[in-house]
Design a protein. Structure first.
Length: 334
């Protein structure tokens, strides 16, 4: 895993959605292996997927497990989880003998900022085979630069020809407080590439009304604390605060990240689209349909905005950065 750096202003994340990486990098990538240092296998017990659009990215890394038992993972597994999102930038790799240099600017992060940039030299390999699917596949090798010694092998699962991006704009709490403007207390991205989707919401950064375990004396939300303090990992930071295991578990899972596959339902009694969650920061959601809960639905408000209605009455508002016609037809049929 490469530590991410967050832009303090959020300009890259909230700014223009113009292309910042070439089409060859766009799509869905699955990590085959990681060596750190290069030549020493480090981790083959995590499921890792990276969705890259022309500008935005999401990344999720969770322990391999069987989905669908309905329970949440242990604290140890929760603290091993990685998830992030933001904007990717491409630069010339000529000086590093690479096809390109990619820089991932993380505005959404499951872990606290480390202060280090995530920059990798990327080279495409030809003629490599997917050991799982027994077929040739587009393969990219990412290696560290500027003293970062690692080597990751990525297999392309989708070519990125059909992509969409929605940017979180706020949430109505539901119930009697549902009126007025949506509250914008967190950041989020909802990306799609071919049949795949990735849904990421950062922790709520709104100040709490009263202090509690894990909050500052002024009642600062734990999400704001995590995103503003530098540490090597989330577990290290939460231990420094002296939180109980239950409080650490709760603080970690305030971050939402899901990766899955979309398809049209063949059952007229279910929503038009099925968004099957394959991997999630919340292990209890894996194997389930994101839109499967009674009352959970999405609709286009206009050509620029989407409303997501949750089963508990909350309404999340998303701005459409770009929307492919295939995804429009699947999620918002006329």
């Amino acid at each position: 895993y490469n530590p991410k750096v967050r832009m303090e202003s959020g300009v890259a994340f909230m700014g223009s959605s113009e292309a910042t990486v070439a089409p060859c990098f766009q799509g869905v990538w699955q990590r085959e292996s990681i060596e750190r240092p290069a030549g020493t296998m480090e981790d083959n017990t995590s499921s890792v997927f990276w969705l890259q659009t022309s500008s935005y990215f999401t990344d999720i890394r969770v322990p391999k497990r069987d989905p669908g038992d309905g329970s949440e993972a242990s604290l140890a597994a929760v603290l091993r989880t990685r998830a992030s999102g933001g904007t990717t930038f491409e630069s010339s790799g000529k000086d590093d003998d690479a096809d390109a240099i990619l820089t991932w600017v993380c505005d959404l992060d499951y872990h606290p900022p480390s202060g280090d940039a995530d920059v990798g030299a990327c080279n495409f390999e030809r003629g490599l085979r997917d050991s799982e699917r027994k077929a040739d596949v587009v393969t990219m090798i990412e290696t560290g630069i500027d003293g970062m010694d690692y080597r990751e092998v990525w297999l392309k699962r989708d070519d990125g020809r059909a992509q969409s991006a929605l940017v979180f704009e706020g949430e109505h709490p539901g119930g009697e407080a549902a009126g007025g403007e949506p509250e914008k207390n967190r950041e989020g991205l909802w990306l799609m590439s071919g049949p795949y989707f990735s849904y990421v919401l950062d922790r709520n950064k709104k100040a709490e009304k009263k202090s509690g375990e894990g909050l500052t004396e002024s009642g600062e939300a734990i999400g704001a604390r995590i995103s503003s303090e530098t540490a090597s990992s989330l577990g290290v930071l939460l231990n420094q605060w002296g939180l109980s295991e239950a409080a650490q578990h709760d603080a970690a899972l305030q971050f939402e990240s899901e990766f899955g596959i979309m398809k049209k339902s063949e059952d007229h009694s279910t929503p038009t689209a099925i968004l099957q969650v394959l991997h999630s920061t919340h292990s209890s959601r894996e194997g389930h349909n994101r839109l499967g809960s009674c009352g959970h639905s999405v609709r286009m408000i206009d050509d620029s905005h989407v409303e997501e209605r949750l089963a508990d009455g909350r309404k999340r508002h998303w701005r459409i950065a770009f929307l492919h016609e295939d995804h429009r037809a699947l999620l918002f049929p006329k």
